[in-house]
Ligand binder design. Sequence first.
Ligand code: ADP
Ligand code: MG
Length: 392
Amino acid sequence: MKNNTQQKLDALARKFSQISADDVDVYGNGDAPNGKYYRTYNQREALAAVPEAKTNRIINRICDELNIDYKIGNTWRINQVYLNQIKHYLNKERNKEAPIISRIASVVMIGILKGGAGKTSVATILATGMVSQASRMYKVLLIDLDPQKTASSQLVPNISKKDISIGDLMIHQGTNAEFNDKLKLAIKETNFPNLNVITAADRDRQYDIFVKEQEIAADKKGENYSCYKDLERVIKAVENDYDLILIDTPPHFTASNMSAHFVADNIVMPVKPSELDWDSAGMYMSFLSRTYDVFQYLGHEGYKNIKLLISAQSPNSNAESRLAHKLRMAAGMEHCFVTSIPRSDAILATAEQRCTIFDMSVSEFSGTKTSLRKAQESANALINEFELMINE
Ligand SMILES: Nc1ncnc2c1ncn2[C@@H]1O[C@H](COP(=O)(O)OP(=O)(O)O)[C@@H](O)[C@H]1O
Ligand SMILES: [Mg+2]
């Protein structure tokens, strides 16, 4: 019996490819290098972001001194680039910036072997939050190890298939000079001057095949090949340029996910407080305890932090607060963030526009303003806690 399935599927495929092509038009025309618009701040928001500036008069004076034009018609508004310049200026005045020489990035991987747990949301909120809300000026690199590339398309909506991905870097076999050239091209700028991204690509799924080939080739020659070194090479090449490297990971065992565990010195595990996720957290812990033996053998120096982060918790659900409590008790204080990320419409609404809750100020948000304000407030508490963690 024919029922036009082929035609229906063709039509669906066409429709959906058009939707994603439209996306690029909508999000690819902004003034920032990633095709987005820079976040802008009205005077009140700017003062909240740079409390050291204290008063309207002082912030205006600093703007004048730095040649920042804050008048758009009759309204006061500056963008993220100018806001960073003001922060920079005040930090210099107060000698608050860490000397570059001592910089070695903390490497934090966001992982749990389950899809939909909130890994990517947490990774992108931490990335954009640490470059816009933190008390200091951090330089942050996010590496997207998930070939589904959700984080990449959110932070760098204008990537194309031709762009060099993290997978391309990991399989690089040419000279070091060629590697460094590729790396430079792979590091993408965003609408936050202090946030860079190395994106993922669909073809990165083939990395596992590459690893198998390398293993066989090494075996034939009586040599050793450890895939962990492929990602480690990328990290070593950039660790002095950043304060923080965040790694978003796929939801299953892959060679690159294992490598993320090897290069990281901190693990953040987002868990949604529902029964099913409870099981996946348990499974992930036993995976970690089993594989760590191997990492230690290969020279891993130990994780500074392994922390659960309760994500997408419904503010009104008693069952979810019970489960969150159960998770916290099981993990213990040392292994759980005090702050959790509430389930929030603003997180969904901004994601729909390929943004995080920190890509825009409340005054620019077209959705429910209270919802964005609340989401930003609780994420700010997380940023504080996270900052303390990496500076310990
Ligand atoms: N705090 C939250 N509030 C509302 N929606 C959320 C929240 N965290 C995640 N989500 C949504 O849940 C889905 C899965 O989240 P995601 O971060 O992509 O998970 P993962 O990367 O672990 O697969 C996405 O649609 C995301 O927008
Ligand atoms: Mg994800």
